[in-house]
Design a binder for this molecule. Sequence first.
Ligand code: ZN
Length: 171
Amino acid sequence: MEYIECNDPYLLEMKREEIARQLIRYRLRPPQTTILTRMHRKKVRAIWKQVHQSSPPKGLQPSSCSSLLKKRDMKDVSVFIAIYKSIIPESPLNPERIIRRTGVLNLLDAYRIYCNMFSSKSIVLDFQTVYYLIHDIKYGIATLGTCESCEREYLETVNDKAFWGCPFCNK
Ligand SMILES: [Zn+2]
């Protein structure tokens, strides 16, 4: 999703490690952290152990965001998409295209803003979920729709399966 840029190889490694640490603090699993940072997976697993004092969780990885989302999460999904798009300077013509141009730093920024908007108890979406959400929109696995009634944007389909419609007015 992201290509962390830096000309100096030593600095680049430091930068990657710092980003990996932030992702792991948000409990993004090692396989996804490896993809986003392009670090060696052994190194990523070592950071996980250091940060959480335990081994990374085992088990199947979700194939899309759909398995992580429930109907009650969908308002927050719209809020998160709006935040994500708002931190990107150009005005979006096409949401998928805009999301395609962004990367891990935007994702971290958007998640930080999202978390700061709510008290920690009322945060609905975890970082793993927003990672899959943006990934799926980026690669066309998920599509967005705009509500004809309230004009808000919402997650419309994942893997061609329609979701629940606009979470704000249930149309
Ligand atoms: Zn609506």
